[in-house]
Design a protein around this ligand. Sequence first.
Ligand SMILES: Cc1ncc(COP(=O)(O)O)c(C=O)c1O
Length: 396
Amino acid sequence: MLADLAAKQTRRPEFVPFHVPQIDENEIRSVVETLKSGWLTTGIKVKQFEENFAQYVGCGHAIAVNSCTAALHLALEAVGIQEGDEVIVPTMTFTASAEVVLYFKARPVLVDCLPDTFNIDPDCVERAITSKTKAIIPVHFGGQPCDMEPILEIAQRHNLYIIEDAAHALPAKYHDKMVGTIGEITCFSFYATKTITTGEGGMATTENPEWAARMRMMSLHGISHDAWKRYAKEGSWYYEVLRPGFKYNLTDIGAAIGIEQLKKCGAFYAARKRIATAYDQAFADLPEIKTPQCKTDGQHAWHLYVIQLALERLKIKRDQFIEALKAQGIGTSVHFIPLHLHPYYRDTFGYTPDDFPNATRAYERIISLPIYPRMTNEDITHVIDAVKDVAQGNAK
Ligand SMILES: Cc1ncc(COP(=O)(O)O)c(C=O)c1O
């Protein structure tokens, strides 16, 4: 028995963290080059990153900023959201998607998700529209694009803007269209755990040159267009403040990482897809677990792999399942605690768990498993074995 345990321990020596970014020599070299260049803040690296990103996604304009939250804020500002407006946001998301609406003293109107993909339910969107509604923020949950056709149709009929929260959705496709080319403005995240990273960072994409110029200006204090050049040889000391803006610009250090990460975006995607397929196959015969439902005609970016527990078949609850996985050396997470269950949204808007039954039900059952390119075959097997072990060991 001791020998068995020792064998198990040598086979599974390490903790598999929920996420580890893939940073190679290229990123390190690129950052060092930038550090040595004498130009650390927004400059040619950011410009290069924006150009490469626009080309990769196939969009007209890409504006680099220091977070997806900043991109969402700038997007709402560009389309003219004002105090008293309403913006429809799914409850199954991170607080950033809704908090940006509150920056304007506007109201985020939460709606439920679909029970299978956890993406925003278009019927709920339709029901939530009032005369004050100005925009919808669909969130491509886990990297699976929302079904955009009904959402676009509703938006067109009610004259609403679509600002997509694509924090999880690079590279994702809806039918054959890249996410980043569909709604009015799309916002991506390069936070440390995302599909590509700059440490902290984000990007807004749009086809509209006026919104692009507005977001660029507002991202750097609302000062005139090439403000970042004012300390460069070709720049001028003179600038004008045109609006009270924000300090949301990305640094060249971040962009130096982003340029290298973007080159590997396709390879990273292939690695995550391989892991998702391995999990799908391994858990297909495990009735205690429901694997993610892929309904996309297009491309799921597989930023997250979210399983649902069949609680009626288990003796333990989700939190205990997470603890049991941790004891076996597996890091996990929960995406998301729906917004309506958080004290702020609950107390400010009076939401109850029953207001959004699909999200509330999902929350009790979901666990996000590790899925990232740095995972070795042993890591993947370790996760699979641990999930099976915990599920079967606690089956009713
Ligand atoms: C759905 C969603 N939207 C927005 C964000 C905010 O991204 P950032 O940290 O780049 O501001 C996140 C971050 O986790 C997210 O998951």
